[in-house]
Each structure stands twice: as structure tokens, then as C-alpha cells.
Design a protein around this ligand. Sequence first.
Ligand SMILES: Cc1ncc(COP(=O)(O)O)c(C=O)c1O
Length: 359
Amino acid sequence: MIALAKPMLGIEEKILVNEVLSSGKLAQGEYVERFERDFAVFQGSKHCVATSSGTSALHAALLSLGIKPGDKVITTPFSFIATANAILYVQAVPVFCDIDLQDYNISPQELLDTIKKHPDAKAIIIVHLYGYPAHMAELMVIADKYNLAVIEDCAQAHGASINGKKVGTFGHFGVFSFYPTKNMTCGEGGMLATWDKELAERARRLINHGQTAKYQHDVLGYNYRMTNIHAAIGIEQLHKLTGFNERRKTIAARYSREITNPAFIKPVCLPGFEHVYHQYTLWVNNRNSFIEFLETQGIGYGIHYPAAIPDQPLYQQGEILGFFTNARVAAERVVSIPVHPGLTEQEVDYIVSSLQKYA
Ligand SMILES: Cc1ncc(COP(=O)(O)O)c(C=O)c1O
């Protein structure tokens, strides 16, 4: 079976992790600081704060922005559940804004319609799904006009950019995940990136028990710290990220060129937009028959995601705000095929020729 995802770890990660183990300083410390500095340089962000996961980073971002119980926060209905759950963590109210079926990201037009119905919304979490940047220029104009704080969920989009500007640098916070299936990993981990010193300081306090000086706690905080062990992996993975992304793009370019079977609609990538292909996701009308076919061919696949977030049982408990017609349709059609940098040329050949055969 060709795996859908595969973390790419080498001797470099092992050496640096060993260095941490030998130092005996396993928890948050100098390796975390180094990873934060390196990530800030890579991003072109002023401040970076490392966390225990992408989910904890989303939570800390909402808290740092002062989102309170009852506040409305707009987000996409078509993402991993963590995006919307972070809104529930702060007892705020998610308002779902439908996606554009061209790229599966929040549609600027839908955002305008959503704001008309919910002019009191305080913030928006925009996801760059599958590694493809959302239309940030248009979305930021709308967010600025209506005073929305902006969090970019870049959990799937490390290194993606629009006209050379990295995702995660448009809004107040860029939030990253380093889960093992992502474009780079720490095992588990997350990162908050921001240009705003005060927001960064707030986030740094919140992820460390609200501590302002040793054993002085001014606000309720959490233990969302990254460890030196995880940071050591992250430092080396960051060195390799551009290479990983280039390999993903090369494989994706082959799929886009060589898969000509009309059964599939392939991902779009507009000029100026840099897609980092966390997933290469096809639109297929008869998904069940296609996934049966992939199983017989020994090709791993993923469904990201099989339900719109508001259709999940967790979200059925109260009133659901917003629209998600397109998200519901996408949830029935999308299938991701392997595009990770560990694929061999033979595996890519095999995937292309198999998909060409599918009837
Ligand atoms: C879009 C999105 N947001 C948030 C998360 C949460 O990140 P983590 O698993 O690191 O908590 C993930 C990934 O798992 C994700 O894909």
C-alpha cells in the first residue's frame, strides 16, 4: 500500500534530539527559543511563540485577541475540527462562512454575506486548506472594513505564499501545526506567528500558566509549552521544509499534467499563489467506487473531510449559525491521494497510470 502521508526524519533530527537528551534540559528552553527565531526568519514574522500543538496555538490566539464567551467568530465549515473547536474552548459562538468550490477555502463573497447577517462578529479564523492560500487580499480588505481580528490557520500550509508573502503574515496571528502528517513535523507541536509585540507577549504568558515573572500568575493560563525535544526535531525539519515542499510541488505538477482522466477535477493554483500541496485533492462524483478502486490498486487515500463541521454531532447541540451548502457538497466528493515527499518516481508513475485506467 502506498501511504497517504509519511514523516521524513533523518540523521540530523536524531543528532539534535540526542544533544537535547544529553543536556538533560528536556522541557522548554534554548532549543525552543532557537526554533522560534528560525521560524520567525523563515516566515518573515516578527515574533513566534512555540506551543504544544496547533490546537493549543489556536486557543491561545483567540484568548490573546480577547475573544470572550458569547462573541461571534467566523470560520470555515470545511476544515479539521480543531479550527472550530478552538472557538468553543473560549465559549465563543462559531459562525460558519461557506467555501468556494474552486479552492475549498472561505469565499470573500460569502464572507460579505455572512458579515451582513452577523455584523457583531469579532474575529475570523481563515484556513489555507490543503496547502493552498485563501484569497487573503480580498479577505483582509473585508476584515479591516468590519473590524475583524484575523487568525490564519496555516496548519496545512507551511511555506505557502501569495506573491511571495507567506501565509500567516496577513492577519494578526498565523497558527501552525507540526503533527507528523504535516509538511514539516515536531512529533506534536504548534507555532504562533505575529507582527504584534503585545499579542506575542500575551500569547507567551497564556501558554505558560499566565506567568509574568517566576511564580507570578496574573491571568488564567495553560501548559501549552513546546519541549526542547520537539523543538530539536522542528529545527532540523525547518531546514528541510523548502526541499520537501519543492518535491510535493513537482509530484503535484506531474499529477496535474498527466492525469487527464475526465473522472477527476484537479486542484487549482492561480498565478501568484504558491500551493504547497499538503494534500493533492481530487473532486470525484462517484467517490465510493473510486475509493474501492484505490484500495484494489494499493493506493492510500484520505477524505478531508467526510462531513462539514456543523454537521458533526458535537455541533448539533445548539443553534448553528451561517451557511455551508458548498462544504456539504465537497464533503461528499473530495479524495486526497499521496503527494508526500517520500514517494518514489516509480510510485508516482504507478499512481498516474492507475488513475488513468479508472473508469
Ligand atoms: C486545519 C487544521 N487546523 C488545526 C489543526 C490542529 O493541529 P494539531 O493537530 O497540531 O493540534 C490541524 C491538524 O491537525 C489542521 O489540519
